[in-house]
Design a protein around this ligand. Structure first.
Ligand SMILES: [Fe+2]
Length: 507
């Protein structure tokens, strides 16, 4: 039998190489040999010298990527040195778009419409943070909205219980921000709210807010705001929700759930899979997103300084990580879990599911080719070490998350790989790419705003709705107070109007 020696060369310049799959087929006059793929699982390497080579490669990488046990330092998703900016750093929200000039279409539209209820609701579906809204089938006790409060917003011939039962009421809850310490900027104490917002899908299919509470504790200091309040009060209530959404988006939806998880997947891949492993190619789908993590000390962190550098940031990240589930990372499951399969105009869902299916189809082809049977998956010790590394060091071994610690079937492997690739590509694009267009044109997003006058001693108990009488932007007389409203102390209206937000040229 003839022996052929094949050399594959990709050049000797920096980063020369290939992410393509290389295979060899011997073509002769009487036919072709079976396609021989160079990538191999551990079990495919029959020669001891090749097995040793795999182990040596991993050992060399792990020396650089394993934590230093002597310092008690555990490898966890890593945030890049936000502490270097110091407590009094400048507000840098505008830096997000400093080097990128987006087409003016989106910023212009946002600047013209950000105050409108329709656009406020639309942003929960297709804005930068489309993963926090969920169907509301029963109001939580901490948000005591009464049917009478929202009846005018629902229209005639229906009521709140009926709308909830038929799937037209939705809730956004920023509980993760409750009690998070806030920082100071130029000596001024900042404030962060943990609001609840109830939304309704109207007969025209549009989503609109119908009630807002700016804290998690109902009571005298936390009234429920309604669209029938005065224009300024309703606008500022929405602004505080949008402001909380900014923190939730930037720290959790964007940084934690795409950048830092991509870092988890990338490091585990480098630590546990030799370059000849068939799934080592997954790293080519992980390269861009974690690398950007190294640059989050710019506009991202600057805009988040109202939370207080380190304490507030880490508190939100730790809480966010505790609540991450495997379901929430897999779009089809996530949509079903949040009860949003039927909601119209949810383009994030519709486009995302198409891309999820495309990735799943691609992944299935690769997995079926290399694995084929469940026993091959469960028997791949390198693959199992990879999954366990992600489970242990990325998700801190929390079984309640549903994140698998091992993979037993071809189907399980395909779903897990699809989740990894979707998170680092599609999901990141969905929550990242709109920042410049939407974020920089909406004054309620990048600005730490202050103070929270409605939380500073309002004497009116919840669930009694509090109507407002502060002047409207145009100087018109305020809307009539809600039938159940009581007048607020005039002293609480002036801080609203002195907010730096209101001096924005966009207003
Ligand atoms: Fe990003």
């Amino acid at each position: 039998m003839a022996v052929y020696k094949v050399n594959v060369a990709t050049g000797d310049v920096l980063q020369a190489g290939t992410n393509n799959s290389i295979s060899i087929t011997l073509v002769g006059s009487r036919g072709e040999s079976r396609r021989k793929n160079i990538r191999k699982k551990l079990v495919d390497d029959e020669l001891e010298i090749l097995k040793e080579h795999r182990q040596k490669e991993l050992k060399a990488r792990q020396e650089h990527l394993l934590p230093d046990a002597g310092k008690g330092d555990r490898w966890v998703p890593r945030v890049s040195s936000p502490t270097s900016r110091g407590e009094e750093g400048p507000v840098a929200g505008g830096q997000l778009g400093a080097d990128i000039q987006p087409p003016p279409l989106v910023p212009d539209y946002v600047a013209r419409h950000w105050r409108e209820d329709d656009f406020f609701g639309y942003q929960f579906l297709n804005g930068n943070n489309p993963i926090v809204i969920r169907r509301c089938t029963a109001l939580p006790p901490k948000f005591p909205v009464t049917p009478e409060m929202v009846a005018p917003s629902l229209g005639g011939g229906t009521h709140l219980a009926k709308e909830m039962e038929e799937g037209r009421v939705f809730l956004v809850d920023y509980e993760v921000l409750e009690g998070i310490p806030s920082g100071t900027i130029h000596g001024r104490q900042q404030h962060v709210t943990a609001p609840l917002c109830l939304l309704h899908q109207s007969a025209d299919g549009l989503l609109r807010p119908i009630a807002i509470q700016l804290s998690q504790t109902p009571g005298p200091a936390s009234p429920i705001f309604l669209p029938s309040d005065s224009e300024w009060d309703w606008l500022l209530a929405k602004t505080w929700v949008r402001n909380a959404d900014f923190y939730s988006h930037q720290l959790l939806t964007h940084l934690l759930r795409t950048h830092l998880f991509a870092e988890v997947f990338a490091v585990a891949t480098l630590r546990q899979l030799p370059s000849c492993h068939p799934l080592f190619k997954v790293r080519s789908h992980l390269r861009a997103t974690p690398l950007v993590s190294l640059g989050v000390t710019g506009g991202h962190w600057g805009a988040l300084e109202a939370l207080g550098v380190t304490v507030g940031h880490w508190g939100v990240l730790e809480r966010g990580l505790e609540s991450v589930t495997y379901t929430s990372l897999c779009l089809p499951d996530d949509i079903h879990h949040r009860g949003l399969s039927h909601l119209p105009n949810y383009h994030y869902r519709d486009d995302g599911l198409r891309l999820w299916e495309a990735i799943a189809s691609f992944v299935s082809g690769i997995v079926d080719f290399y694995y084929g049977e469940d026993v091959v998956v469960s028997g791949d010790t390198e693959l199992q070490a990879w999954v366990m590394d992600i489970f242990t060091n990325g998700f801190l071994g929390r079984t309640s998350s549903g994140i698998p610690s091992s993979l037993q079937t071809v189907q399980e492997l395909s779903k897990f790989l699809t989740m990894v690739m979707f998170t680092c590509s599609t999901q990141h694009a969905a929550v990242n790419n709109g920042q410049v267009g939407q974020g920089t044109s909406d004054p309620s997003k990048n600005l730490p705003i202050q103070p929270v006058p409605m939380l500073e001693g309002c004497p009116h108990p919840s669930p009694v709705h509090v109507g407002r009488t502060s002047p409207t932007p145009s100087g018109e007389r305020p809307h009539p107070p809600h039938p159940h409203a009581r007048e607020l102390s005039p002293s609480l209206s002036s801080p609203l109007l002195s907010s730096p937000l209101l001096s924005s040229p966009l207003l």
